[in-house]
Design a protein around this ligand. Structure first.
Ligand code: SF4
Ligand code: MSK
Length: 631
């Protein structure tokens, strides 16, 4: 591991990353790779998931070498490795579900502020979608003012967070056979906050001391994220900011321009970043930037708030998770504006090494040393203006001698919401289903998730996608994999040259890339919905479809929640590295095998991208055969 963390060519596959890693060393900037080297080797107990800190009779740890009933085989309360690992995993999933879902709640609050008339700078940009969603939720729409319909949608979405429902609203989208599976297991998600709170309750000392039972609730908790928290975030963001449509943009550190004031938006919730972009496009702001000697203002994206703005507004993407530190190292970033999630606290220190203003905007995600702006739906425009002024002011402090923008940007296509896909297909899924039946497209793979410095950056993300498309499996990307796919040229129609003959022809006919960008992490809900649409039109379960998923370089609690709701929804899911569960044979067996019997899908862990793609390909083949299609 240590060599991999010191040899720059082993740390990332990208030229922009490698060049900035060199510059970081020259500039005395510490990065995630340096800190991982310091942290390696990790605590073995924690890696295996066999430490417990759930009460102060402990903390306790279970020895991997402990004989059953022997020394260090149980914590002070008597919990064994299985119970401890399951509890830790359950809380891990609760953390991830909470992240996505609380983001969803913030979007509901923004729509509520619009309805109540105190968020003048936000509006309902897609009224047609609002009406459609309202009708889906059983809300009367005929002859009603759009704002009244929106008020009822707000209420319905809030109700998904509570304890009064037997099932969250969007379970109505789930195929009947899947609902039966969930009902039989008692894992139909009822309310987002309820499932998260129940997980915290179950994992208190002296509650759920049966690992399989805890694992089932982990699945329920994750399902409440996928089919409620995340789905609400996606649908309401489309209503507020517009449903994405295909458009072109660019990616990599080359999108940061020497000549412009550069603002990077980072985090997840577009409620803040949309406003920054709006302010940056105002002629007065551009004039101010010009007065300061710049040619204009560039707003570029990092991580998922970047994906949100890329999908809807076509802003350029500067980078994914492991590029966030390196973007600042270019020395040409005037401001990093963050909301929440996946923002390394180290960015504050790195910003301080340059002239970069690091600005946090959320009361629930403050960073010591940052400039704090208390962003609310009510004051968003004024705060955005203040931020723009700060960035323009910082431009004057930029040291041209420390600027290095290492590469030219690469072109990408984005904006493939389900609505856009349906429209491209002429309003019906039939042409796509025909392509699947004919074997032109053998199946679909959602390749999603993060970077993790334990894996050479984007080697697995890109490696798996290339193998999958070679096998005529169409790939759908979200989150940080998007940037990886884009940099590799896979998000352009020309990328189809790397695909197998069937997929290549289909992409050629439709003028689309072999890899479709569907959004941010919460937008994995779009993929769930697409799976449900396909399953419903074929009259089968999601687990019957030739659909697979992969998170090759994941790191976060949220990614684990996504993986688990994918599996619990019936999608076989690959992880490039395991969660911290290997200290329990029972929990590991459930994840890798037992879930297959329960929910018709399981996890598979494989670090090698080629081998992983082959496993995913085999799964697609077996599902095709079971549906009576050619392999
Ligand atoms: Fe130890 Fe049990 Fe307390 Fe965990 S809950 S710290 S295993 S005594
Ligand atoms: S931002 S969860 S590093 S995908 Fe959604 Fe990227 Fe993973 Fe965060």
């Amino acid at each position: 591991m240590k060599d991999k963390l010191t040899d720059i060519t082993e740390m990332s596959i990208w030229e922009d990353a490698q060049r900035m890693l060199e510059k970081a060393r020259k500039d005395g900037v510490e990065t995630a790779w340096d800190r991982l080297a310091q942290q390696t080797p990790h605590c073995r107990f924690c890696e295996l998931g066999t430490t417990c800190r759930n009460c102060v009779m402990g903390p306790c740890r279970i020895s991997a070498k402990a004989e059953p009933g022997g020394k260090l085989s149980r914590g002070v309360c008597g919990a064994d490795a299985d119970v401890i690992v399951a509890r830790n995993f359950g809380r891990f999933i609760a953390g991830g579900s909470a992240g996505h879902s609380d983001h969803g709640r913030d979007v509901i609050e923004t729509l509520e502020a619009v309805v109540e008339g105190h968020a003048a700078n936000y509006q309902i940009r897609d009224a047609a979608k609002l009406t459609r969603i309202a009708a889906e939720l059983g809300i009367a729409v005929e002859g009603r003012a759009i704002i009244d319909v929106a008020a009822d949608v707000v209420d319905a979405c809030y109700s998904d967070f509570g304890s009064r429902r037997k099932a969250v609203n969007f379970v109505s989208r789930v195929p009947a056979k899947r609902k039966e599976v969930w009902d039989k297991l008692g894992i139909t998600p009822r309310g987002v906050d309820r499932e998260i709170a129940e997980m915290m309750h179950r994992t208190h000392m002296g509650c759920d001391n049966d690992a399989p039972n805890t694992m089932l609730h982990a699945a329920r908790c994750a399902l409440s994220d996928g089919w409620a928290g995340s789905m609400i975030a996606t649908e309401l963001c489309d209503i507020l900011f517009g449903t994405p449509t295909p458009r072109k943009s660019t990616v990599n550190l080359g999108v940061i321009k020497k000549e412009t004031v550069n603002i990077l938006v980072h985090g997840h919730n577009p409620v803040v970043s949309e406003m920054i972009l709006m302010a940056a496009r105002e002629p007065e702001m551009i004039a101010l930037a010009k007065k300061a000697g710049a040619e204009g203002i560039t707003v570029a994206g990092l991580c998922c708030t970047g994906n949100e703005l890329l999908m809807r507004q076509g802003i350029p993407m500067a980078g994914n998770h492991l590029m966030t530190e390196l973007a600042i190292v270019t020395g040409a970033v005037e401001a990093v504006v963050v909301d929440y999630q996946c923002i390394m606290p180290s960015l504050v220190q790195i910003s301080a090494c340059y002239h970069t203003r690091f600005i946090d905007t959320a009361a629930k995600a403050r960073f010591t040393g940052a400039i704090h702006m208390n962003f609310t739906p009510e004051n968003a425009r004024e705060e955005a203006h203040k931020i723009l002024h700060m960035a323009i002011e910082a431009f004057a402090e930029r040291d041209p001698g420390r600027v290095d923008i290492p590469v030219e940007p690469v072109d990408i296509m984005t904006g493939f919401s389900n609505e856009a896909i349906l429209e491209a297909l002429g309003g019906s899924l039939e042409p796509l289903l025909d392509a699947v039946k004919a074997g032109t497209v053998r199946g679909f793979a959602a390749v999603v998730g993060c970077n993790n410095p334990k894996i050479k950056q984007d080697s697995a993300n890109v490696g798996i996608i290339k193998e999958l498309i070679k096998n005529d499996i169409m790939v759908l990307v979200t989150g940080c994999v998007t940037t990886a796919a884009g940099k590799a040229g896979l998000l352009m129609p020309e990328g189809a040259e790397m695909a197998g003959p069937g997929l290549r022809n289909l992409c050629g006919a439709l003028g689309i890339p072999p890899v479709l960008h569907m959004g941010s992490c919460v937008d994995n809900a779009r993929i769930l919905q697409l799976c449900a649409l396909i399953a419903n039109s074929l009259g089968v379960d999601i687990s019957d479809l030739p659909v697979v998923a992969s998170a090759p370089e994941w790191y976060s609690e949220k990614a684990a929640a996504i993986g688990l709701y994918a599996v619990a929804s019936g999608v076989y899911t690959h992880l490039g590295l395991p969660p911290n569960i290997l200290g329990s044979q029972v929990v590991t067996d459930i994840a890798l095998n037992g879930l297959e019997d329960l929910v018709g899908a399981s996890f598979v862990v494989e670090p090698d991208p080629v081998k992983a793609a082959e496993l995913l390909n085999q799964r697609v083949t077996s599902k095709r055969k079971a549906l009576g299609l050619n392999a």
